[in-house]
Design a protein around this ligand. Structure first.
Ligand code: CU
Length: 531
């Protein structure tokens, strides 16, 4: 068994070999400047075609950048937002041009022998890549969302992803990032992640119609991601590191309402988001979580977005030049977890031009074309509460210790099975079939908060810590707090998992979305047999 320590050494050695390379990634925005939305690529006539080239640089501070470059007339742009309608086709070519002098980082853990190949052959290394379309309810098959078998090797021709966004896909915010097992954390830490928007939120939740929309991606970079220590959060690639650096600036008009779509693309930061006036948290109107519109919008002081989660909400600027801040509060991940620190993500700059002010009332909605409404009943996973579950499963997160060095093995285990680290060539630990509707209870037996994610589907929250939840939100990622120790119950959630759609057939994964844990094997396969 490969220990975390040996793995870390491999990463360190290979990471430093990169320092000799020339910059391939675009410059990132300077601190204290106005935050721009990512470049948006919009589908036309039912298709969005784009090519992204994965490249790599090391900046002057020693941080590794992994960039998904999109070529424009003005030069390369990192990680554009992909905007599509329900039913559209996404045709995405991904090329790997990571230049590395040392690919000796392959690991015995990544033995792919006997597995089907999708894309390039060979052993996965630090310079290999692929793509996961997080949250999209698309098939787990080659050229769509198949992270298990897809490999894109440096220097090879582009790999084509070609998938249809389901006609009943929930309008909302999704995201894409590389997902080569064992190496996911390094590339996402380097910034390789972008947003996907499935259009139509205003047709489900008319509260957002006519509002200015912003797409914000929070990323996190460690100097060496495997070593606990200082990290930087960034907002659309602008480092937010107050008080050491001036904060990113978001411009709003007095009283203006904006629709913010925020993706947590950090490798491990749980973000309790707040919007402050003069230090006082203001109400945010929550519209969607994990790309799924809420059954009913609700007002919150704090919106907790775990790593890989998304929150879409309406904020309203202060009337005058009050100090307004976009905050991520501190969050305790437990005795063996890394601390998540409070960070000012942005400062709101309110323009004093009263003529441009928008009324507080939602009169702006009247100026937009109403368009046909999308009923909540028509989107995927509707009516799940009325379904009778066909199975009940229990899973748990746990950790194993080696002396006093903290956790060295990370497990997610089906209750009753032997705990084991994920292997690329393992058999699925869960087998179910198209048509199944299952209730799963996921517990956390570790002294560290974990972050459950399953590919391909959303799940409907039923209970937290054994108590029914007020809001049965649909999620694709959900946090489970750490165990407080002997004498305390394990934290848990119970949710309903929907395998009724025949396009779900295939093998895919569920895992912890703290990417270090995923890379170290806190992941397993589920097989959904066709009917
Ligand atoms: Cu974890």
């Amino acid at each position: 068994m490969l220990s975390a320590f040996r793995y870390l050494l491999v990463i360190l050695v290979c990471g430093f070999s990169f320092l000799r390379l020339e910059a391939q990634c675009p410059d990132r925005p300077a601190p204290g400047t106005v935050v721009e939305d990512p470049l948006a690529l919009t589908s036309a006539n039912g298709t969005l075609n784009a090519e992204l080239t994965m490249q790599h640089s090391v900046d002057t501070g020693g941080y590794n950048h992994y960039c998904l470059n999109y070529a424009t007339n003005q030069g390369d742009v990192e990680a554009p937002t992909l905007r599509l309608n329900q039913g559209d086709h996404l045709v995405l070519d991904v090329k790997d041009r990571i230049a590395s002098e040392d690919d000796s980082s392959s690991m015995d853990q990544m033995d792919m022998s006997g597995l089907p190949i999708c894309g390039d052959s060979g052993t996965p290394t630090l310079s290999s890549t692929n793509m996961h379309f997080h949250g999209l309810n698309v098939p787990p098959i080659c050229h769509q969302d198949d992270v298990l078998d897809t490999l894109i090797q440096p220097g090879k021709s582009a790999f084509r992803f070609d998938m249809q966004i389901p006609k009943n896909e929930p309008p909302g915010l999704y995201w894409y990032h590389p997902h080569v097992h064992g190496f996911t954390e390094f590339q996402v830490n380097g910034g390789a992640a972008g947003a996907i928007v499935v259009e139509g939120m205003d047709k489900v939740r008319p509260e957002v119609a006519g509002l200015k929309e912003r797409v914000f991606i929070v990323r996190q970079q460690y100097l060496v991601p495997w070593v606990p220590g200082p990290y930087q959060l960034s907002l659309n690639y602008q480092v937010a590191q107050s008080p050491n650096l001036p904060s990113p600036i978001i411009k709003m008009k007095p009283n203006e309402k904006q629709f913010w779509r925020v993706a947590n693309a950090t490798i491990q930061d749980f973000m309790p988001l707040q919007f402050w006036f003069n230090g006082v948290p203001q109400k945010m109107e929550l519209i969607a979580l994990d790309g799924y519109p809420l059954a009913k919008s609700r007002f919150e002081d704090t919106i907790l977005v775990p790593p890989a989660g998304r929150a879409e909400f309406i904020v309203q600027a202060p009337p005058q030049t009050n100090e307004a801040l976009f905050m991520s509060l501190s969050y305790s991940t437990g005795p063996t977890g890394n601390p998540d620190l409070e960070q000012q993500l942005a400062k709101i700059e309110v323009s004093g031009d009263a003529d441009e002010a928008q009324p507080i009332q939602q009169e702006t909605t009247k100026t937009t074309e109403p368009g046909p409404r999308i009923s909540m009943q028509s989107i995927k996973f509707a009516g799940l509460s009325q379904q009778k579950p066909t199975a009940l499963r229990k899973l748990y997160f746990s950790e194993e210790f080696g002396g006093t060095n903290g956790p060295i093995q990370f497990y997610i285990t089906i209750d009753g099975q032997k705990q084991k680290v994920f292997k690329a060539n393992e058999k699925p630990v869960i087998t179910t079939h198209v048509g199944a509707v299952e209730d799963w209870i996921v517990e956390n037996h570790a002294l560290e908060t974990h972050d459950f994610h399953i590919h391909q589907i959303h799940f409907k929250l039923l209970e937290v810590d054994g108590k029914p939840v007020t809001d049965q939100d649909l999620r694709d990622t959900f946090e489970i707090p750490f165990w407080e120790g002997p004498g305390h119950p394990y934290h848990s959630f119970k949710a309903r998992f929907d395998f009724r759609d025949s396009t779900i057939a295939g093998t895919f994964v569920f895992h912890c979305h703290i990417l270090l844990h995923e890379d170290l094997g806190m992941m397993h396969k589920i097989l959904v047999l066709p009917k």
